[in-house]
Design a protein around this ligand. Structure first.
Ligand code: MTE
Ligand code: MO
Length: 380
């Protein structure tokens, strides 16, 4: 009954769960454009999409450890300087399904498209905090974001998350309170009328349908910070887990799937094949290199990387949008030997990906960044 007011969704989305609605982009559509269209952008929810009756009555409360608590309207937020950032939002559970092949993990199954790249427009979080009298300081304080959606994990309470105050106040971190996605008004699925966008951090911290920002002494104690979205070693299972022994996930590591061709595709010996994918790293670390193999990882070739203008960015990395993914491609000539395509990336801090998924298996199936492999059928 509570799912009666769901928005219309594009029929081409791959639906992993209907209620709550969780769906991802068809991989070949993902690499068609640097900026992911909103209707094809993955949707990750923990409850019904809230219905905001009258946006004119909407208020954002800024409270907690702030000298001057505030209650802002959408117009107040629009009156602040507008900032846009091109940022890739990625769910920590992206590629979870592949981790379950080693040993079953708990969570919504995702293939390789639980992410998207968008141009987010809104007010800077630090401008809003400064309005409330907050000054940059070094402390353990966090900024907590709360929503109005109802989730069973919070026993019917709202979805919550937090980030360190130092990150919230840093202009370089580009954390924004977004009312626009790809130049249009933010839509209901993605957080209308307002959401947080924390570039380079797992999607879980980019709280949608934001209604309250609270400065607190230490990190948020909500379910999604304390009892979910943490990574445990392969030895930890549901009978010996101690949630307090690990910290909440923040920056995501370097990731690099192959979007085209797909597993099992038929290819013709002697023909040319274009291999395409995306690569992205967290924390504003851009992508330094993408290596592709067609022989299962014996030999490698470097792929071409690009962002919005299809311009090859290897020679001018300063032009790179550091919170956005790069798309990459490589054209190879096929012989009639068996084909196994493998891709891996290196980020700007020289971080690399684990070769094997079993070495990073974890019971929640988060952060599967192992080398992606695609086996093809070669026909003469
Ligand atoms: N915010 C609220 N209020 N409720 C949610 O369920 N899901 C989080 C985050 N923010 C969620 C939320 C998770 S886990 C992810 S990955 C992203 O939103 C997904 O954002 P999207 O649906 O816009 O792609
Ligand atoms: Mo997520």
């Amino acid at each position: 009954k509570s799912y009666e007011n769901e928005p219309h969704r594009d029929p081409s989305l791959i639906v992993n769960s209907k209620e709550p609605f969780n769906a991802e982009t068809p991989p070949k559509a993902l690499v068609r454009s640097f900026v992911t269209p909103e209707d094809l952008f993955y949707k990750r929810n923990h409850g019904p999409i809230p219905v905001i009756d009258d946006p004119n009555n909407y208020r954002l409360e800024i409270c907690g450890l702030v000298p001057g608590p505030l209650s802002l309207s959408l117009q107040d937020l629009r009156n602040l300087p507008k900032h846009t950032v091109t940022a890739t939002l990625q769910c920590a559970g992206n590629r979870r399904t592949a981790m379950s092949k080693v040993r079953k993990v708990k969570g919504v199954g995702w293939a390789i498209s639980a992410l998207g790249n968008a141009v987010w427009g809104g007010a800077r979080l630090h401008d809003v905090l400064e309005l409330a009298g907050v000054r940059q300081e070094s402390s353990k304080r966090h900024v907590e974001f709360s929503s109005v959606d109802v989730c069973k994990e919070e026993n019917g309470g709202p979805y919550k998350g937090s980030i360190p105050l130092s990150q919230a106040m840093s202009p370089e971190a580009e954390v924004i309170l977004a009312y626009e996605m790809n130049g249009k008004e933010l839509n209901r699925d993605h957080g209308f009328p307002l959401r947080v966008v924390v570039p380079g951090v797992i999607g879980a911290r980019s709280v949608k349908w934001l209604t309250e920002i609270k400065v607190i002494e230490e990190e948020c104690q909500g379910f999604f910070m304390q009892k979910d979205f943490k990574m445990f070693p392969p030895t930890v299972d549901w009978d010996n887990i101690n949630w307090n022994s690990r910290r909440p996930l923040m920056d995501f590591p370097v990731q690099c799937p192959i979007c085209s061709p797909a597993e099992g595709d038929l290819v013709k010996a002697g023909s040319k094949m274009k291999i395409q994918g995306y690569a992205v790293s967290g924390g504003g670390r851009g992508i330094e290199r993408v290596d592709v193999s067609v022989d299962g990882g014996k030999t490698w070739q470097e792929a071409q990387r690009f962002q919005d203008d299809k311009e090859y960015i290897a020679d001018n990395p300063e032009k790179c949008k550091r919170f956005a993914w790069v798309l990459w491609e490589l054209t190879v000539e096929l012989t009639n030997s068996p084909l196994e395509v493998v891709a891996k990336a290196v980020d700007a801090a020289a971080n690399i990906q684990p070769e094997d998924v079993s070495s990073i298996w974890n019971l929640r199936g988060v952060l599967n960044t192992s080398w992606h492999r695609v086996r093809l059928n070669v026909v003469p």
